[in-house]
Ligand binder design. Structure first.
Ligand SMILES: Cc1ncc(COP(=O)(O)O)c(C=O)c1O
Length: 509
């Protein structure tokens, strides 16, 4: 089997695009090699369900084997359940690939699976980083009614002004055509200058954060900002990183992947509990404006103590301000990075909530001493974010469209939020107690008495309603039970439908 060669280039129409390594003619291994190659291609998904394999008559052309050999191989694949022969039509890769067929198992056994880094094959890591990918489709029973998605921090793309975005995009693309952006320029890798300038104005207005374009690094969403900060700030197996618990699981994964020693720290009604911070903490990650997922705002007193503690311990703070644009009262509390002595704060912002997650655009406001390191890490990952997206968003902000969109969404979110809170305070008050908050795109509620939030969430999924139980946000022991009501993706009618379904489930429990 060591004697392997690539198939000849075919001149006929390429019906079958999968490239196979075939045995040398006369080596006596062609049947075994073809069987192995086809099995692997099916298991890997290179040959998808429904793909028609070349006919036995075409065996010489496609596999350089005899008809007989191909027929034997196909028979074995039929026996393994990987393909099916349809009378008069051909041989097709089967629709449903059972992962436990002997062929699949043996194909996997031959793969050097142990080469994969065990960190990434750990199920809990997969679950944490696959956070948004959960409990997919509502069951068929619920399909006739519209599904309701209460997952937090999602946005409703139906409300995004695509017409405006299309216009600014087209204008920017025309500009790029005339003056192509230079690739890999030091400044380009930090992010488009005009975008960074626009961001400084946007966060000065909405979050009172004052900074210069030189202090901003443009990233592929907040998640890449966490990853770059982890790469830059963590020394493997040494750096202690404190994280709010409950918290945002994908952020935890970024730091764990960099080898951080993660310490979960509890939160109370004023935010992160300072007394629980480890003595030798190096990095403290917080969502002070709108704790994720509980929703409280860190008090002014707690902010001051947090900054003092970080400075005294020579630690840095990462402020995740994922939905800070959406504030619903006149609360004067601004971003942590806006306050006094906040030069130890790395401020992370994103356009996923105030615009669209599909843009994959975010940023870090970083102290200047860290910028070169962050740019180096960014270069290592992807050099820079796509220029057409950066320039379009820059134009979207400087043309006043973002401010307009945020103003409009604030009203819509406030209406949705009011509906949920009214329902929680009336129809659901027997079971749930909302946590006071004044920001964002979700509200959480603690479960009273013996409500089994996990069970409630499971029962709702069966009715086409996705609602997270608080349990999935904890890293350490679960100290609270409750539910998280996101209102970014569902409209008023959907929210009502979901809340009524929730009431039914709670009363039936
Ligand atoms: C708390 C929190 N932080 C950060 C993010 C990251 O957003 P993105 O990577 O899309 O910018 C999210 C996304 O939903 C979030 O909920």
């Amino acid at each position: 089997l060591g004697q392997i060669r690539k198939p000849r280039r075919r001149t006929s129409k390429p019906l079958f695009e999968v490239s196979l390594s075939l045995a040398i003619k006369g080596s006596g291994t062609s049947s075994q090699t073809l069987y192995r190659e086809l099995t692997t291609a099916i298991v890997d998904g290179r040959l998808r369900a429904g793909t028609r394999l070349p006919s036995v008559r075409q065996a010489r052309e496609y596999y350089q084997v005899s008809r007989n050999t191909a027929a034997q191989v196909y028979e074995r694949l039929v026996h393994d359940g990987l393909v099916a022969a349809r009378q008069g039509s051909g041989t097709y890769v089967t629709k449903r690939l059972s992962r436990s067929t002997p062929a699949v198992d043996s194909a996997h056994a031959r793969m050097p699976v142990h080469r994969l880094n065990p960190f990434w094959t750990d199920e809990s890591v997969g679950a944490a980083i696959g956070f948004w990918r959960d409990s997919a489709r509502p069951p068929s029973k619920a399909r006739h009614s519209r599904p309701v998605d209460f997952r937090p921090a999602l946005v409703d793309p139906r409300l995004f002004p695509f017409d405006v975005y299309r216009r600014v995009s087209a204008k920017q693309l025309r500009g790029l055509e005339r003056t192509p952006a230079t690739f890999k320029s030091a400044q380009g890798n930090q992010g488009n200058f005009y975008l960074r300038e626009a961001i400084t104005k946007h966060i000065a207005l909405t979050r009172a954060v004052v900074c210069r374009p030189e202090e901003i690094l443009v990233t592929a969403g907040a998640q890449q900002a966490f990853d770059l900060l982890a790469r830059s700030l963590v020394t493997r197996a040494q750096t202690i990183v404190a994280m709010e618990d409950p918290g945002y699981p994908p952020m935890r994964v970024a730091f764990a992947a960099a080898g951080a020693r993660i310490v979960p720290v509890g939160v109370d009604s004023e935010g992160l509990i300072i007394e629980q911070l480890p003595r030798d903490v190096g990095v403290i990650c917080v969502c002070p404006s709108h704790q994720f997922p509980l929703g409280m705002t860190m008090s002014a007193r707690r902010r001051e103590r947090l900054i003092q503690t970080a400075r005294a311990r020579d630690a840095v703070i990462i402020e995740d301000d994922y939905d800070g644009e959406f504030r619903f009262d006149a609360s004067p509390i601004e971003a942590l990075r806006a306050g006094a002595n906040s030069d130890c704060v790395f401020y992370v912002g994103t356009f996923s909530k105030c615009m669209l997650p599909a843009l994959r655009l975010g940023f870090v406001v970083a102290p200047t001493w860290a910028m070169a390191t962050l740019i180096a890490a960014k270069n290592c990952v992807d050099w820079h974010c796509p220029t057409p997206i950066q320039t379009a968003v820059s134009e979207f902000i400087s043309g006043g469209h973002l401010a307009r969109h945020v103003r409009r969404m604030r009203e819509i979110y406030q209406e949705r939020r009011r509906l949920i809170l009214d329902f929680l305070h009336t129809e659901l008050s027997e079971w749930l107690d909302p946590i006071p908050s004044c920001y964002g795109m979700h509200v959480s509620a603690m479960a009273r008495r013996s409500v089994d939030a996990e069970h409630v969430a499971d029962a709702l999924v069966r009715q086409g309603v996705q609602l997270h139980s608080l349990s999935r946000y904890f890293q350490g022991p679960q100290t609270r039970t409750g539910l998280v009501f996101g209102y970014g993706a569902a409209d008023l009618a959907q929210l009502k439908q979901g809340l009524v379904a929730l009431r039914r489930v709670l009363s039936d429990a």
